[in-house]
Design a protein around this ligand. Structure first.
Ligand code: 5GP
Length: 189
């Protein structure tokens, strides 16, 4: 997606350790018009899928998933980090190692909001090692729902998550795929 690549080049900051900071438009301040274009693009790519629900993980995935969901006309469910009394005990849970925080957290989705009748599109902001996506897949599998695809805004192609999920047969589509981040220079695939 050219518009997205241009924004990454103009405002993204490549950090040491392969981390990309896009706080100017995606992860802290949010450019809602850009999210609209991202949502439209996901709808165009997954137009052949009969999606009933979009699943994401808090926090950064939520805004992207909500705007995308408007184009599909379906609800968003987001996996909550940590189990707490607010969502009760009727949960699907999975453990996820966080690339950015370096810790493992339990994520949870209420069994009320995902069932075997659902056809799910996973949406997230980044794909690095695929831990978040695997956690969401684990939860969807517990529910018996089907996984129609995985839509990622920025995939870091120099980390193994995307390709390892493709090798497992999942349809992973990313809107920008980064080849390398070196000395602050960002190069696309
Ligand atoms: P993974 O689970 O694929 O290893 O990492 C994906 C998750 O970690 C995403 O949900 C995202 O929030 C975070 N993440 C991974 N890499 C980056 C990055 O380079 N920049 C930012 N802002 N978040 C990242």
């Amino acid at each position: 997606m050219k518009l997205l690549e241009q924004r990454i080049l103009a405002q993204g900051k490549g950090l040491d350790g392969g981390c990309l900071k896009v706080d100017m438009f995606l992860n802290h301040q949010i450019d809602v018009d850009l999210l609209g274009e991202i949502g439209k693009e996901f709808k165009r790519i997954f137009a052949d899928c009969d999606i009933t629900k979009i699943l994401t993980i808090e926090a950064s995935g939520i805004g992207i998933a909500c705007i995308t969901a408007q184009y599909f006309g379906v609800p968003v469910v987001f996996a909550k980090k940590g189990t707490n009394k607010n969502i009760g005990n009727n949960l699907y849970t999975a453990d996820v190692y966080s690339f950015t925080k370096g810790i493992t957290t339990t994520i949870a989705v209420s069994k009320d909001y995902l069932s075997e009748n659902d056809k799910v599109l996973i949406i997230d902001d980044f794909m690095a090692n695929g831990k978040a996506a695997h956690g969401l897949i684990n939860i969807i599998n517990q529910s018996g729902a089907s996984i129609e695809g995985i839509g990622i805004v920025i995939e870091k192609g120099f980390q193994p998550g995307g390709d390892s999920l493709r090798a497992l047969g999942y349809r992973v589509e990313s809107l920008a795929k980064i080849k390398s981040i070196s000395d602050g220079q960002i190069e696309f695939m």
